[in-house]
Design a protein around this ligand. Sequence first.
Ligand SMILES: [Zn+2]
Length: 405
Amino acid sequence: MSIPPTRKLYWADPLRRRFTARVLWRQEGERPAVVLNRTLFYPTGGGQPHDTGRLGGANVLGVEETDGVIVHYLDRLPAGDEVDGELDWPRRWDHMQQHSGQHLLSAAFLNLLERPTIGFHLGAETVTIDLPGPPPDPNEVARVEAFCAAIIAENRPITATIVPPEEVSQWPLRKPPTVDGPVRVVTIAGVDHSACGGTHVPSTAAIGSVVILRLERRGKETRVHFLCGGRAWADHRRRLAVTQTLAGQFTTGLEDLPAAVARLRDDYERTQKALREIESQWYAAEAARLWAEAPVLSAAGVAVRLICRRLPAAAPFDPRRLLMAILALGGCIGVVAREEAPARWAIGRSADLNLDLRQLLPRLGTLPGLRGGGSADLLQGSIAESGLNALFDLLPAVLREHLDR
Ligand SMILES: [Zn+2]
């Protein structure tokens, strides 16, 4: 399509929010789109996401630039050849704060630590730059942040200049430009010159603040997560809400929170250790008590105890572990079940008995809703909670039949 390049009003006046323009081209169908003679809508590029807003009553869903022609993707086509456009200003302002803050932060890393920026990503929530090498230490991070804060406080102008190709070499650019022809240079007075097509706040004070959140090691590079301006403030509010809630729960001051959490963790670990000890004692003691009280089934001259135990659903004990403690005592068959829907049951025999429990399955299988299976020394399965009584009633008779064989 032979459409002239779109005039970039967002370069001429990055603080403007409304404009009118002429429609030069329109696309109907699945993905309605228009090209205008001029626009305030920034197209995705240079790490900065596109603008959104309204164009001739339609919503702007995407903005892309190809060879200087900017295409606006819309939810429907606007009527008429003249359209009014209005930016979603909070979104654009946020992007400008983050992008200007990124230039400042990248300049700080380069000027103070000789660490160039090799990547920039401005997402809906996160903003990152990538640096070569391992993460800087906390001291270095503090110096970089302090530098940014000072430049912000000095309210230095941020300006853009279109530099003709023959003059580009005279500019001390942070990194070489990636385009041929004229280069747009964004300058933070006295701090940074960068080749950049993005939109920027007019001076450093409008960045508000630059806060480094965390450093992420990625192979031989470091990803620096940071926030500027409104995002930094919102993040601060969020963190404040969390720390204040925690400080309230621990009834302590902010500075004492880490120590309070460490104490709680120590207490917890000590309690867990004691609990594990007491638990083992309980399983052994409960098994011994049940064994002593259990009825003895007559079994061709051998005394075999049938030990049954039902645990309430809420009991903090493991039925399998109790069963193992019972079977360890020898000369017994243990049955444990947890009263839940459906009830889980397990039947085991001690190693000194010669009985294949699988022989019980045909009789047990006559109980309505019983499911289960297993090996010679252990069966397990489930049954409707209401069927537990029937299972426990049936077992002595079934066992006697098989033991006496
Ligand atoms: Zn830039």
